[in-house]
Design a protein around this ligand. Structure first.
Ligand SMILES: Cc1ncc(COP(=O)(O)O)c(C=O)c1O
Length: 408
């Protein structure tokens, strides 16, 4: 316990994914052969943002766009995003319902702060990205809804129903980080029904849904991304949607995300983003306004990106599913993640996922993230593979190394 720090700061956990990624970076810098399947990032050598996006940023800089942007975002960007969300997801919050931040994270943090008081219940799926840190940051009561292989690791309506009376906020993410699986409209509709039934009879504050869809434009050909308001229009009043260019345009370092919510709830979010100063830089906002006004450019870009992802997934799926009977995969449906079970406990004499992770890293140069980093404590051999930072050569070479290591 460091006396000078607050309790919140003392108990702050470091991201497990980033610690693993730092270890992997050091090994690569040391000249070792490692395929970095760890971070949910994109290597610009393999995944380019739309070239027009870069041109528009240059133009904005040449035009002297260097002063403060308005706290909610540039009006032309908010308007372009509002139109695009209506066009793509049938979600019509209007220009006043869009608030821009420097990536999905500030608007995600703002969404929690908008609804949660100390001791309120925050329900979330497990495994999932970073929710456990947000439970801590908001001093919330943790309500984990633990996924299973049968549910493709997604939380279900039946699980929510059991905990709904304690829930103030539910956060959902689809396509899901870390599993790359997506809700069907039936599954999402059933979850929305649990919320709507509870809100119809609850006397106190309603259950609010934070819907994180930062991977919504990246789906396998047979999969349709669904939004709560598409499946249950009454959810409009209770839903805050999060999105960003970080994943959809592979611009993780450009830092532009946004929240779409009922406009009547927008004022405190704008104030909070302003207090944090968490605005994206003005040239990036200008450029994004141009890109999100061009639906054709966007759709072409998303199609090309889906193909690049599909090629990588196909190689991994084919190789891994044939390599060893104790390796199994879950069919990827969206995002940039593949869920793999390296059930190698007996084969290598391991007793924990961490030992398997280290074996994969040291014997096969394969860097993956165990599901413990996403809140799933079981030592059951499940891992996340992320394909954003690897080229096809890296994948082929890493699969050969793994095959050789398994045959030793
Ligand atoms: C599900 C999910 N939401 C939000 C984010 C954060 O996005 P950003 O980098 O725009 O803050 C991530 C990043 O990995 C994510 O996976």
């Amino acid at each position: 316990m460091e006396e000078r720090l607050s309790q919140m700061a003392n108990n702050m956990e470091r991201s497990r994914i980033l610690s693993i990624a730092a270890e992997v970076r050091a090994m690569i810098a040391d000249g070792q052969q490692v395929a970095p399947y760890t971070v949910g990032d994109f290597s610009p050598a393999h995944f380019e943002v739309p070239p027009r996006f870069i041109e528009l940023m240059h133009e904005a800089l040449d035009d002297g766009q260097t002063n403060y942007p308005p706290a909610a975002g540039l009006p032309e960007l908010r308007s372009a995003l509002a139109d695009w969300m209506k066009h793509r997801f049938g979600l019509d919050v209007g220009v006043n319902g869009i608030i821009v931040g420097s990536g999905a994270r500030p608007v995600l943090y703002a969404a929690f702060r908008l609804f949660l008081e100390t001791g309120d219940g925050l329900a979330h799926g497990v495994p999932a990205w970073n929710n456990h840190y947000y439970v801590h940051l908001n001093d919330a009561v943790d309500i984990p809804l633990v996924g299973t292989v049968e549910s493709r690791f997604l939380p279900t309506a039946a699980q929510l129903k059991e905990r709904i009376s304690e829930t103030r906020v539910l956060i959902l993410n689809s396509p899901l980080n870390p599993t790359g699986t997506c809700f069907t409209s039936e599954e999402l509709g059933a979850i929305c029904d649990v919320i709507l039934e509870e809100n119809a009879k609850r006397n106190g504050k309603p259950v609010m849904l934070i819907y994180d869809q930062v991977y919504s434009t990246m789906t396998a050909p047979e999969i349709e991304h669904v939004h709560p308001v598409q499946v249950r229009p009454k959810m409009f009043e209770y839903t805050v949607t999060l999105d960003a260019v970080s994943k959809s345009l592979t611009g993780t370092g450009l830092r532009l995300g946004w929240m779409a919510l009922p406009p009547s709830l927008a004022a405190p979010v704008i104030a909070l983003i302003g207090h944090m100063g968490a605005w994206p830089a003005r040239p990036i906002q200008k450029a994004a306004a141009g890109i999100y006004s061009d639906f054709e450019l966007l759709e072409n870009y998303f199609d090309e990106l889906d193909e690049k992802i599909a090629v990588r997934m196909e190689i991994l799926k084919t190789k891994l599913s044939k390599m060893h009977p104790m390796i199994e995969i879950i069919q990827p449906q969206g995002g940039i993640y593949l869920t793999v079970r390296f059930n190698l406990f007996e084969k290598i004499g391991a007793t924990s996922n961490e030992e398997i992770r280290q074996w994969l890293l040291n014997e096969a140069g394969i860097a993956v993230v165990p599901f413990q980093a996403f809140g799933l404590e079981d030592e059951s051999g499940w891992f996340r593979i992320s394909i954003g930072a690897v080229g096809l050569d890296d994948i082929h070479a890493s699969m050969k190394r793994l095959e050789a290591a398994l045959n030793c």
